[in-house]
Design a binder for this molecule. Structure first.
Ligand code: PEP
Length: 250
Protein backbone atom coordinates (compact mmCIF):
# COMPACT_ATOMS: atom_id res chain seq x y z
CA UNK A 1 0.00 0.00 0.00
CA UNK A 2 1.41 3.37 -1.00
CA UNK A 3 0.46 6.15 1.42
CA UNK A 4 -1.07 9.09 -0.48
CA UNK A 5 0.78 12.41 -0.48
CA UNK A 6 -0.65 15.88 -1.01
CA UNK A 7 2.08 18.52 -1.34
CA UNK A 8 1.52 22.25 -1.68
CA UNK A 9 4.06 24.20 -3.73
CA UNK A 10 3.73 27.85 -2.76
CA UNK A 11 6.09 28.90 -5.58
CA UNK A 12 7.30 32.52 -5.24
CA UNK A 13 4.43 33.67 -3.02
CA UNK A 14 3.87 34.56 0.64
CA UNK A 15 5.97 36.84 2.79
CA UNK A 16 6.19 36.16 6.55
CA UNK A 17 2.82 37.42 7.72
CA UNK A 18 0.97 35.89 4.76
CA UNK A 19 2.78 32.59 5.19
CA UNK A 20 1.91 32.55 8.87
CA UNK A 21 -1.75 33.22 8.07
CA UNK A 22 -1.92 30.59 5.37
CA UNK A 23 -0.34 27.80 7.38
CA UNK A 24 -2.35 28.57 10.51
CA UNK A 25 -5.53 28.59 8.43
CA UNK A 26 -4.65 25.28 6.76
CA UNK A 27 -3.78 23.33 9.93
CA UNK A 28 -7.23 23.15 11.58
CA UNK A 29 -8.85 22.28 8.24
CA UNK A 30 -6.78 19.25 7.24
CA UNK A 31 -7.74 15.84 8.58
CA UNK A 32 -4.39 14.63 9.79
CA UNK A 33 -5.79 11.25 10.68
CA UNK A 34 -7.04 10.47 7.18
CA UNK A 35 -3.89 8.57 6.23
CA UNK A 36 -2.61 11.20 3.80
CA UNK A 37 0.88 12.70 4.09
CA UNK A 38 0.66 16.47 3.85
CA UNK A 39 3.67 18.53 2.80
CA UNK A 40 4.05 22.30 2.46
CA UNK A 41 6.79 23.84 0.32
CA UNK A 42 7.14 27.58 1.00
CA UNK A 43 9.93 29.92 -0.12
CA UNK A 44 13.27 29.64 1.71
CA UNK A 45 12.77 32.83 3.71
CA UNK A 46 9.70 31.53 5.56
CA UNK A 47 10.78 27.91 6.11
CA UNK A 48 11.45 28.65 9.79
CA UNK A 49 8.13 30.38 10.28
CA UNK A 50 6.19 27.53 8.66
CA UNK A 51 8.27 24.97 10.59
CA UNK A 52 7.32 26.61 13.89
CA UNK A 53 3.65 26.59 12.91
CA UNK A 54 3.55 22.89 11.92
CA UNK A 55 5.56 21.75 14.93
CA UNK A 56 3.65 19.04 16.78
CA UNK A 57 1.46 18.23 13.76
CA UNK A 58 2.08 15.55 11.13
CA UNK A 59 2.39 18.14 8.35
CA UNK A 60 5.87 18.12 6.81
CA UNK A 61 8.11 20.81 5.37
CA UNK A 62 9.70 20.89 1.92
CA UNK A 63 11.96 23.34 0.13
CA UNK A 64 11.39 24.11 -3.54
CA UNK A 65 15.01 23.64 -4.63
CA UNK A 66 18.53 23.04 -3.35
CA UNK A 67 22.13 23.12 -4.56
CA UNK A 68 24.33 20.04 -4.87
CA UNK A 69 27.34 21.20 -2.83
CA UNK A 70 27.08 21.19 0.95
CA UNK A 71 29.04 24.41 1.47
CA UNK A 72 31.55 26.66 -0.23
CA UNK A 73 31.88 29.78 -2.32
CA UNK A 74 28.49 29.49 -4.04
CA UNK A 75 26.80 32.80 -3.39
CA UNK A 76 23.04 32.62 -3.34
CA UNK A 77 22.72 28.86 -3.06
CA UNK A 78 21.20 26.74 -0.28
CA UNK A 79 22.49 23.24 0.47
CA UNK A 80 20.58 20.07 1.39
CA UNK A 81 22.18 20.01 4.85
CA UNK A 82 21.03 23.59 5.43
CA UNK A 83 17.50 22.57 4.49
CA UNK A 84 17.65 19.72 7.01
CA UNK A 85 18.91 22.21 9.56
CA UNK A 86 15.94 24.48 8.78
CA UNK A 87 13.55 21.60 9.47
CA UNK A 88 12.85 20.29 5.98
CA UNK A 89 12.17 16.60 5.47
CA UNK A 90 11.56 16.97 1.73
CA UNK A 91 12.85 18.96 -1.23
CA UNK A 92 11.30 19.50 -4.65
CA UNK A 93 13.88 19.02 -7.42
CA UNK A 94 13.57 19.58 -11.16
CA UNK A 95 10.31 21.53 -11.18
CA UNK A 96 9.50 22.55 -14.75
CA UNK A 97 9.68 26.24 -13.79
CA UNK A 98 13.28 25.69 -12.70
CA UNK A 99 14.04 23.82 -15.91
CA UNK A 100 12.33 26.55 -17.98
CA UNK A 101 13.58 29.73 -16.28
CA UNK A 102 16.78 28.74 -14.50
CA UNK A 103 18.48 26.44 -16.96
CA UNK A 104 18.15 23.24 -14.96
CA UNK A 105 18.95 20.15 -16.96
CA UNK A 106 18.61 16.45 -16.29
CA UNK A 107 22.32 16.51 -15.36
CA UNK A 108 22.00 19.26 -12.73
CA UNK A 109 18.79 17.69 -11.46
CA UNK A 110 20.72 14.43 -11.03
CA UNK A 111 23.44 16.16 -8.99
CA UNK A 112 20.84 17.78 -6.77
CA UNK A 113 18.95 14.52 -6.24
CA UNK A 114 22.17 12.71 -5.34
CA UNK A 115 23.19 15.39 -2.84
CA UNK A 116 19.74 15.70 -1.29
CA UNK A 117 19.35 11.94 -0.80
CA UNK A 118 22.76 11.74 0.85
CA UNK A 119 21.59 14.10 3.61
CA UNK A 120 18.42 12.08 4.22
CA UNK A 121 16.00 14.46 2.52
CA UNK A 122 13.12 12.84 0.65
CA UNK A 123 13.20 14.11 -2.90
CA UNK A 124 10.10 15.08 -4.86
CA UNK A 125 11.51 14.65 -8.36
CA UNK A 126 9.49 16.49 -11.04
CA UNK A 127 9.23 15.34 -14.62
CA UNK A 128 6.83 16.09 -17.47
CA UNK A 129 6.50 16.87 -21.13
CA UNK A 130 5.69 20.17 -22.85
CA UNK A 131 2.66 20.58 -25.09
CA UNK A 132 4.83 20.44 -28.23
CA UNK A 133 6.41 17.20 -27.01
CA UNK A 134 2.99 15.67 -26.30
CA UNK A 135 1.59 16.78 -29.64
CA UNK A 136 4.52 15.29 -31.51
CA UNK A 137 4.04 11.94 -29.76
CA UNK A 138 7.22 12.21 -27.68
CA UNK A 139 5.70 12.11 -24.18
CA UNK A 140 7.03 8.70 -23.20
CA UNK A 141 10.49 9.32 -24.70
CA UNK A 142 10.80 12.56 -22.74
CA UNK A 143 9.67 10.92 -19.50
CA UNK A 144 12.10 8.05 -20.06
CA UNK A 145 15.07 10.32 -20.61
CA UNK A 146 14.17 12.60 -17.69
CA UNK A 147 13.92 9.56 -15.40
CA UNK A 148 17.00 7.76 -16.74
CA UNK A 149 19.24 10.82 -16.61
CA UNK A 150 17.75 12.32 -13.46
CA UNK A 151 18.21 9.05 -11.59
CA UNK A 152 21.63 8.12 -13.00
CA UNK A 153 23.63 6.44 -10.25
CA UNK A 154 20.73 6.45 -7.77
CA UNK A 155 20.61 3.07 -6.05
CA UNK A 156 17.59 0.87 -5.65
CA UNK A 157 17.38 1.43 -1.88
CA UNK A 158 17.26 5.19 -2.49
CA UNK A 159 14.63 5.12 -5.21
CA UNK A 160 12.08 3.74 -2.79
CA UNK A 161 12.69 6.81 -0.58
CA UNK A 162 11.86 9.17 -3.43
CA UNK A 163 8.59 10.61 -4.65
CA UNK A 164 8.10 11.32 -8.33
CA UNK A 165 5.82 14.11 -9.51
CA UNK A 166 4.47 13.79 -13.03
CA UNK A 167 3.65 17.34 -14.07
CA UNK A 168 2.78 17.86 -17.72
CA UNK A 169 4.14 21.34 -18.39
CA UNK A 170 1.04 22.27 -20.41
CA UNK A 171 -1.14 21.70 -17.33
CA UNK A 172 0.89 23.72 -14.80
CA UNK A 173 -0.80 26.97 -13.85
CA UNK A 174 -2.87 26.88 -17.03
CA UNK A 175 -6.15 25.61 -15.63
CA UNK A 176 -5.86 22.65 -18.04
CA UNK A 177 -5.71 19.38 -16.15
CA UNK A 178 -4.71 16.16 -17.80
CA UNK A 179 -7.73 13.88 -17.96
CA UNK A 180 -7.78 11.06 -15.44
CA UNK A 181 -6.96 8.67 -18.28
CA UNK A 182 -4.06 10.77 -19.64
CA UNK A 183 -2.59 11.07 -16.15
CA UNK A 184 -3.03 7.36 -15.37
CA UNK A 185 -1.45 6.41 -18.70
CA UNK A 186 1.64 8.51 -17.92
CA UNK A 187 1.87 7.28 -14.33
CA UNK A 188 1.58 3.67 -15.36
CA UNK A 189 4.28 4.24 -17.99
CA UNK A 190 6.56 5.85 -15.37
CA UNK A 191 6.06 2.91 -12.99
CA UNK A 192 6.80 0.39 -15.73
CA UNK A 193 9.92 2.31 -16.75
CA UNK A 194 11.10 2.35 -13.11
CA UNK A 195 10.48 -1.40 -12.93
CA UNK A 196 12.79 -1.80 -15.92
CA UNK A 197 15.48 0.43 -14.39
CA UNK A 198 15.23 -1.14 -10.92
CA UNK A 199 12.71 -3.92 -10.34
CA UNK A 200 8.99 -4.50 -9.97
CA UNK A 201 8.93 -4.22 -6.16
CA UNK A 202 10.91 -0.97 -6.14
CA UNK A 203 8.58 0.52 -8.76
CA UNK A 204 5.50 -0.54 -6.80
CA UNK A 205 6.68 1.26 -3.66
CA UNK A 206 7.43 4.64 -5.29
CA UNK A 207 4.72 7.23 -4.84
CA UNK A 208 3.95 9.05 -8.10
CA UNK A 209 2.11 12.35 -7.70
CA UNK A 210 0.20 14.17 -10.41
CA UNK A 211 0.67 17.92 -10.74
CA UNK A 212 -1.01 20.39 -13.05
CA UNK A 213 -4.03 22.51 -12.10
CA UNK A 214 -5.18 20.15 -9.36
CA UNK A 215 -8.28 21.56 -7.64
CA UNK A 216 -10.88 20.33 -5.15
CA UNK A 217 -13.10 19.49 -8.16
CA UNK A 218 -10.69 17.12 -9.89
CA UNK A 219 -8.70 15.50 -7.08
CA UNK A 220 -11.10 12.62 -6.43
CA UNK A 221 -11.09 11.42 -10.03
CA UNK A 222 -7.31 11.61 -10.19
CA UNK A 223 -6.88 9.77 -6.89
CA UNK A 224 -9.15 6.97 -8.07
CA UNK A 225 -6.53 5.97 -10.68
CA UNK A 226 -4.38 2.96 -9.83
CA UNK A 227 -1.00 4.61 -10.29
CA UNK A 228 -1.77 8.09 -8.95
CA UNK A 229 -0.61 8.32 -5.34
CA UNK A 230 -1.18 11.98 -4.64
CA UNK A 231 -0.79 15.48 -5.99
CA UNK A 232 1.70 18.30 -6.17
CA UNK A 233 -0.52 21.36 -5.96
CA UNK A 234 0.57 24.84 -7.00
CA UNK A 235 -2.04 27.58 -7.34
CA UNK A 236 -4.72 25.87 -5.26
CA UNK A 237 -2.30 25.40 -2.35
CA UNK A 238 -2.24 29.18 -1.83
CA UNK A 239 -5.78 29.10 -0.51
CA UNK A 240 -6.38 27.29 2.79
CA UNK A 241 -9.88 26.05 1.92
CA UNK A 242 -8.83 24.73 -1.50
CA UNK A 243 -5.68 23.05 -0.22
CA UNK A 244 -7.54 21.47 2.70
CA UNK A 245 -10.33 20.26 0.41
CA UNK A 246 -7.68 18.60 -1.78
CA UNK A 247 -5.86 17.09 1.20
CA UNK A 248 -9.20 15.83 2.58
CA UNK A 249 -10.23 14.33 -0.78
CA UNK A 250 -11.17 11.02 0.78
C1 PEP B 1 3.10 23.16 -9.46
O1 PEP B 1 3.51 24.26 -9.13
O2 PEP B 1 3.82 22.15 -9.27
C2 PEP B 1 1.77 23.04 -10.07
C3 PEP B 1 1.34 21.87 -10.44
O3 PEP B 1 1.06 24.21 -10.22
P1 PEP B 1 -0.53 24.36 -10.51
O4 PEP B 1 -1.23 23.44 -9.52
O5 PEP B 1 -0.82 25.79 -10.26
O6 PEP B 1 -0.76 23.93 -11.91
Amino acid sequence: MRKPVIAGNWKLFKKSAEAQDLVTNILPLVKETAGVEIIIAPVFTVLGKVKDAIDGTSVMLAAQNCFWEEEGAYTGEVSPGMLRDAGCSHVIIGHSERRQYFGETDATVNKKITAALSTGLTVIFCIGETLAERESGKTFDILNSQIRDGLAGIRREDISKMIIAYEPVWAIGTGKTASNEQAQEAHSHIRAFLAGLYDHDAAETVRILYGGSVKPENIKGLMAQRDIDGALVGGASLNADSFAAIANYN
